[in-house]
Design a protein around this ligand. Structure first.
Ligand code: HEC
Length: 252
């Protein structure tokens, strides 16, 4: 029991160090399905924004948002992402409200909002059903579609899969869909429900330091495992910091 405790403490120390090194990666990739990719504005809203953009902004940023030399920078593609990645729409909106540069805050907020959705549309963020409103801005981050998939080695991740023991008696998690960057706390009851509903996939992870979590009790079950992620060419590993069953059987 005591040695288990010491092993757990050492692992947590390792987690703390790794997290320190990786805070930026982790912060940017926290959300499995970033809300900006679920469609946060409507097509008519972006269309209204396009008209106003051409009228009020294109003289400096160009009709195609590619920028006009020193008059105004590009508002699309790599230059846009370099400046705005990981920031929320509230910050971008605040910036837009300070435009046009030669006449700041001269337009109604509703018009600025429409223009922002047009900028999102040109940057290939998808349309949704409803207009974007001011209340929603804070929680919506500007992230790449694949941000959640770019999990760095030694990031703390959560994964859901089927717990199995190999012939060599080591434990593996099979049918894993996609590890997501996480915190190292055990799952709350809400999160456990979500984990139970998560679809399975095809990846397999070798579970390291899993014995303290008594994997024998959950063999063949659908479980959520958290820990330090390490992807190597021949074998991907998870250095386990928590293991919780989420469903008695493991089928999609
Ligand atoms: C008179 C020229 C001019 C007009 C008109 C103008 N802008 Fe700008 N804009 C600039 C310049 C110059 C910058 C770069 C300096 C800065 O960030 O303040 C800029 C910066 C920006 C940025 C930040 C770009 C980045 O990547 O950091 C955004 C967003 C923006 N403008 C949006 C707009 C919108 C929306 C309008 C129309 C409502 C508009 N601008 C009208 C000149 C202009």
């Amino acid at each position: 029991m005591r040695s288990t405790f010491i092993a757990a403490c050492r692992l947590l120390a390792l987690v703390a160090v790794a997290r320190g090194l990786l805070t930026t990666t982790v912060a940017m990739a926290q959300d499995a399905n970033p809300s900006i990719w679920t469609g946060v504005y409507s097509k008519p809203q972006a269309e209204r924004g396009r008209v106003r953009f051409l009228n009020d902004c294109a003289t400096c940023h160009n009709f195609d948002l590619q920028g006009q030399g020193t008059r105004g920078p590009a508002l699309t593609g790599a230059p846009f992402m370099t400046n705005w990645e990981a920031q929320d729409l509230k910050s971008l909106f605040a910036k837009i409200q300070r435009m046009p540069l030669n006449n700041p805050a001269s337009l109604p907020d509703a018009v600025y909002m429409d223009i922002m959705t047009y900028i999102l549309q040109v940057n290939a963020f998808p349309e949704g059903e409803r207009d974007l409103s001011a209340e929603a801005l804070e929680g919506i981050h500007i992230v790449r579609r694949d941000a959640a998939k770019l999990v760095a080695n030694f990031a703390v991740v959560e994964m859901v899969g089927c717990l199995a023991q190999r012939p060599d008696s080591r434990w593996v998690l099979t049918s894993v869909a996609e590890p997501i960057v996480s915190r190292d706390q055990p799952l709350t009851s809400d999160e456990l429900k979500k984990a139970a509903a998560k679809p399975l996939g095809t990846d397999q992870f070798l579970l390291v330091s899993v014995l303290p979590f008594k994997p024998g009790a959950y063999q063949g079950q659908k479980v959520s495992a958290k820990g330090l992620f390490y992807k190597a060419p021949n074998e991907s590993r998870l250095n386990v910091t928590s293991l919780q069953p989420v469903a008695a059987s493991c089928a999609n």
